[in-house]
Design a protein around this ligand. Structure first.
Ligand code: CDP
Ligand code: MG
Length: 133
């Protein structure tokens, strides 16, 4: 099924100059980037994006991190792209991520894990609307 997902290269991924590498992997897989922008997200947008985690102990650290510098926000389209990008990104904690995933290959921290992907079709729609409305 043709789908859309929301992908965001987090501030650590941008600072570490991984934008080209990540976009290259997405394109080589055959997915299509239909929207793309670089921005520093506001605290308000960050809190809304991560609303499901508002009561978690790591929430404030997460908001500080995600607003700490520019991110690259994208809409990525393709057959089965929601699950496909979930697999390409890998587990939240890089220690649990499989080799070949972006988080295994480039991240070392559960917080600073370089990239976000929507976890479902509903999340994708919500997140795309938040960033590209
Ligand atoms: O990003 P993902 O969906 O894999 O993970 P999540 O459990 O939805 O958490 C969202 C983000 O919060 C993670 O990607 C991390 O950046 C951060 N996080 C954290 O700082 N500490 C944790 N114990 C769990 C998540
Ligand atoms: Mg999540």
């Amino acid at each position: 099924m043709q789908e859309k997902t929301f992908i965001m290269i987090k501030p650590d991924g941008v600072k570490r100059k991984l934008v080209g590498e990540i976009i290259g992997r997405i394109e080589k897989k055959g997915y299509r980037i239909s929207r793309i922008t670089m921005l520093t997200i506001s605290e308000r947008t960050a809190r809304e994006h991560y609303a499901e985690h508002k009561d978690k102990p790591f929430f404030n650290e997460l908001i500080n991190f995600i607003t700490s510098g520019p991110v690259v926000a994208m809409v990525v389209e393709g057959e089965g792209v929601i699950e496909g990008m979930d697999k390409m990104v890998g587990a939240t904690d890089p220690a649990d991520a499989l080799p070949g995933t972006l988080r295994f290959d480039y991240a070392v921290s559960k917080t600073f894990n370089i990239i976000h992907r929507s976890d479902s079709a509903q999340s994708a729609e919500r997140e795309i609307n938040l960033f590209f409305s």
